[in-house]
Ligand binder design. Sequence first.
Ligand code: ATP
Length: 426
Amino acid sequence: MDLMEKIVALCKRRGFVYPGSEIYGGLQGFYDYGPLGIEMKNNLKRLWWKWMTIKHENIVGIDGAIITNPTVWEASGHVKSFVDPLSECKKCHRRFKFDDLKENKCPVCAGELTEPRTYNILVPTQLGVIEGEKIQAYLRGEACQTIYLDYKNVLDSTRLKIPFGICQIGKAFRNEVTPGNFLFRQREFEQWDLQWFCHPSELEKWFEFWKKERMDWYKGLFSHPENLDFFEHSKLAHYAKKAFDIQYTPSPFDGRELEGIHWRGDWDLSRHSEYSGQDLSYTDPETQEKYTPNIIETSGGVDRTFLFLLLDAYVEEKERVVLKLNPKVAPYKVAVFPLLANKPDLVNKARKIYEDLKPNFMTAWDDRGNIGKRYYSQDEIGTPWCVTVDYQTLKDNTVTVRDRDTTKQERLPVDKLCSYFQNYLK
Ligand code: ATP
């Protein structure tokens, strides 16, 4: 089994991720997060939100609708730019206009190409109840568009001044030509986006700021930060001066991008202004200068981050499999065991400790099998600490705390447990 197969199997076996609608044979490009997966995903989203909004005075969040007025997707260019016959490279997933191709292989990486087809990456849906009167809309193809739509409302309803940012975490849907590689290329996925609105003369400065800020965030999460680097795009959209991806270099498949940092200039607001007929310009309250704000975008994938974190954390050591996840990301923080399951004194004491920890941390309880098996079971899901209640606990109110990565144990007073764990999770 290769690493990816092991991760997919572990995800299903331990309740991180299941294939979507599996009992009906599944549906390609759709997955469900299980009990452990949702904890880890929520941890990630909370960490992102804290880093991107709570930390910054001038960044706020929104939660936009999945379906918008369909004109939005005309203004964004998604409706028009995806109707030509295109061939997609099966290796690097770049798409090329069939008419422009000189040979039947990818002009960038020489990979095999799919048959040319006319397609639109947007997922259409119909609104209305009367046949013949339904209107066609789309499930959003990228989360950022609602931020542009709400930009004026946010300005009018807050005291923000340029420069400022609007953040969002939300679902996006794409009719990908080649869904695959587990969570990497799905048809329904989640994005975390920041759109940073600034004066055109400051784009350069803010681009560099956000590039660094985003890389720092990812590096703080991964077990091997050295596995992350930047990929600079050479082919740029006409409005862009630069574009970088944050990528996970040792990816075991073709596909490394976690997040794109994009120079969008005034493209988005100008287009929406043109298509909606609304004035989306900004007037500086001090200088009275009127201009269309320029935008730096950081747009990342929650599911891709989830997948790369698992790949990065997976270790096989002698008889155990360990997910060396950052404790802040791990689904469970602590597991509590009684040394023996058939000794009521030990079980009662352990239950009390479990009940006390549970409101503060995701805490697991396990009294099956022997202690060694319980440790291995927690290692495989990345639980950073295991607390065992033994006979000494009954005498002096101390427990053993076993560290996932070193497997070392130390004795700690029960009343110090909370602050001990909290210290790592700050
Ligand atoms: P790719 O080139 O891999 O198709 P993209 O450049 O089209 O990705 P963006 O439109 O910039 O991606 O979207 C921002 C982020 O959303 C990506 O960096 C990625 O993490 C995530 N993402 C995009 N498409 C998918 C998908 N099909 N499945 C899961 N995540 C995705």
